[in-house]
Design a protein around this ligand. Structure first.
Ligand SMILES: Cc1cc2nc3c(=O)[nH]c(=O)nc-3n(C[C@H](O)[C@H](O)[C@H](O)COP(=O)(O)OP(=O)(O)OC[C@H]3O[C@@H](n4cnc5c(N)ncnc54)[C@H](O)[C@@H]3O)c2cc1C
Length: 388
């Protein structure tokens, strides 16, 4: 097979890139390791920045997003027992957020891919990248028991943190920056009405988050030990722990019920530099991981795809400069987002071995945010996302 851009991975980054390129007259073939139902079943991110909403609208994916998404003009942070801090996005940063699950974004992307007849090859194994520093790179993989080869001009590595693309950059040309956090998030889905707002909480027991997927589907998280397994967490234990971490006035609003999904995710920050090597370009989790505290992973993948698609369009119009500068351009937003996600994580979690002094310092930061509109504005503009 021959195409202009071979895309590895059909998660949000790969599927979105293929759709935008198609709409701008550039051909691609997407090579995905998993089956389509498997990708659609993954429960992941839930909140979109307004820049992401506008980008999805601009490619014709706004209708369901606005019909089923839930606009949030503010987020609340409960702390120190019964204190509640409001960060008013619309008032302070001029934009809201949109609660709309990654599963729905992925469904919308695959529906558009079918409508526009995009070429996504699912269940492809043994994907390998070849000759990436030459003008004629190619990708090989196995599907239905046969080895296939795609010749292309460029390769976009959108295959997430465990993919093959980042490893195709030689060790001596790649720098990895990493911070692993000493705790995880235990998340549950329950078919109960969510709180009317997003609520983060920190207290002596640690972090909690109340979020939503739709009017009858709630997503809740509590900070847990990295040694825990989901079997250690009965539903009763989960709800008891969650409610104990929320201010009383908020705990009273939570409707509990049986969980329909329960999982533990470790928290990590990671950046790979550069995001380009020869004719290979990394986007999304293939290039960086952020802890979910700032709700940024999916949004950052969408931002990379914005920069990369613009760069490919310019390149095929005879202007190579944007593509040459892709890594530098994308990394500016990446590092600013990595810093914000790290900062939110430190602000809202209890770290093992910390003293009560450390917790008082954290609470003083939250008290300052409560008093200072300027400090809240700083969080608001980073949370809703800076303009591209
Ligand atoms: C458990 C979990 C919970 C999360 N929760 C949140 C959250 O609450 N908020 C938030 O903002 N972010 C969250 N994230 C992060 C967010 O989901 C990711 O940032 C987002 O999925 C990135 O999209 P992507 O397309 O870059 O990568 P992915 O979604 O990982 O997609 C990569 C694709 O590449 C495919 N692939 C991998 N290897 C290969 C290969 N060798 N060959 C071919 N294909 C391959 C994979 O199957 C996958 O479909 C979470 C992530 C995880 C794992």
């Amino acid at each position: 097979m021959k195409t202009q851009v071979a895309i590895i991975g059909a998660g949000p980054a790969g599927a979105l890139l293929s759709l935008i390129l198609h709409q701008r007259g550039i051909e691609s073939i997407v090579i995905e390791r998993q089956s389509k139902p498997y990708v659609l079943d993954r429960i992941r991110a839930g909140v979109l920045e307004w820049t992401s909403v506008e980008l999805l609208e601009s490619i014709g994916l706004g209708e369901r997003l606005h019909a089923e998404g839930h606009r949030h003009d503010q987020v609340k942070i409960g702390w120190g027992g019964n204190e509640i801090l409001d960060i008013e996005f619309q008032k302070l940063a001029g934009k809201p957020m949109m609660a709309y699950g990654q599963t729905k974004v992925q469904e919308d992307l695959y529906a558009a891919a079918e409508r526009e007849n995009l070429n996504i090859i699912f269940e492809s194994s043994d994907v390998e990248l070849h000759d990436i520093t030459t003008d004629s790179p190619y990708v090989t993989f196995t599907t239905n028991g046969e080895t296939q080869r795609v010749d292309c001009d460029f390769i976009a590595g959108c295959d997430g943190q465990h993919g093959v693309s980042r490893k195709a950059i030689p060790d001596n040309k790649r720098t990895e920056f990493e911070r692993a956090y000493p705790f995880g998030w235990l998340g549950i889905l329950s078919e109960t009405p969510p709180l009317p707002h997003l609520l983060y909480a920190n207290n002596e027991k640690g972090f909690a988050l109340c979020s939503e997927r739709n009017p009858m589907l709630s997503r809740y998280y509590v900070q847990c030990s990295l040694d825990d397994t989901v079997d250690d967490w009965s539903d009763d234990r989960f709800w008891t722990e969650l409610l104990a971490r929320l201010p009383e006035s908020q705990a009273e609003l939570v409707v509990t019920g049986p969980s329909i999904e329960k999982s533990i995710a470790p928290l990590r920050s990671e950046v790979i530099e550069p995001m380009q090597y020869g004719n290979l370009f990394l986007a999304g989790d293939a290039a960086h991981i952020v802890p979910p505290t700032g709700a940024k992973g999916l949004n950052l993948a969408i931002a990379d795809v914005h920069y990369l698609s613009e760069a490919f369009v310019a390149r095929y119009a005879g202007e190579p400069a944007k593509l040459a500068a892709y890594s530098e351009t994308a990394l500016k937003r990446v590092w600013s987002t990595v810093r914000f996600s790290w900062w939110m994580t430190v602000l809202l979690h209890r770290f093992p071995g910390e003293s009560s002094f450390d917790q008082r310092m954290r609470e003083e930061d939250l008290a300052y945010l409560t008093r200072s509109e300027s400090a809240r504005r700083s969080i608001a503009e980073q949370y809703v996302g800076l303009d591209y």
